[in-house]
Design a protein around this ligand. Sequence first.
Ligand SMILES: C[S@@+](CC[C@H](N)C(=O)[O-])C[C@H]1O[C@@H](n2cnc3c(N)ncnc32)[C@H](O)[C@@H]1O
Length: 204
Amino acid sequence: MNELEQAWQNFAPSCERNKAVIWQTIKPYLADKQSLLEIGSLSGQHACYFSGQLLRLSWQCSDIAPNLPPLTANIKAHGSANVLSPIELDVANTLHWPKTPFDVIYTANTLHIMSWLHVIECFANMSVSAKSGTLFIAYGPFNFGGKYSSESNAEFDIWLKERDSQSAIRDFESVDDLAKQAGMELAANIDMPANNQLVVWQFN
Ligand SMILES: C[S@@+](CC[C@H](N)C(=O)[O-])C[C@H]1O[C@@H](n2cnc3c(N)ncnc32)[C@H](O)[C@@H]1O
C-alpha cells in the first residue's frame, strides 16, 4: 500500500488520474457559484481537490449510508473548511435530498454504477435540491447511438455487469431524455480522456 492509499479510506486511483483534467473542465462552470452538492462522493478525493482550488464554493459531499463513515473521516483529514460534513443521500430516497437549492449538483462515475431505476429516480428527485439555473454536471462513460464509444468501454461494461447485474454504461440519449423530463436542458457534452464525457445540464 502506498502513502496515498494509506492516507485515504476507500482510495480510488482513478480520482488521482482524472482530478486535474476534470478540474480544468469544470472550473469555468463553477466560476460564479456558491454551493455544490456532490452525489456518490465515496472517498471524497474529488471534493477535497476541487474545493481546495475554490475556497468560496461550499461543497456538500454525500453518499449512501455504508460509505458515510470513511467519507466523513477523509473529509476531516483532508478537506478544507469549505467542504461540509457529508450527508446521507441515496438518490432513490426523495427524503434524503436537501430542500435548500444548490447552484451546482455534481457526480462522477455513479450513473453506470447505480441501477437504471435509481438513475431514473435520481433525475426525478433532483429538483428537490435545485432551482432555476442549477447546473447538473455528470462525469463518466456513456454510449452513443446504442454503441460503445470504445473497445475499452465495451470491456468495462462486461466487467461492470459481472460485478453487479444492475450496473451498465448508460445510453447518453436515454439519460438526456430523463434530464429533459426533469426540466433541464443540455448545456455541454465534452469529450474527456479515457473515453469519458463531462455532461452539463441546466435547470430551466
Ligand atoms: C464508482 S463510485 C464513484 C465514486 C467517486 N465519485 C469517484 O469518481 O471515484 C460509485 C459511487 O456511487 C454511489 N452510489 C451508488 N448507488 C447510489 C445511490 N442509489 N445513491 C447515491 N449514490 C450511489 C456509491 O456509493 C459510490 O460512492
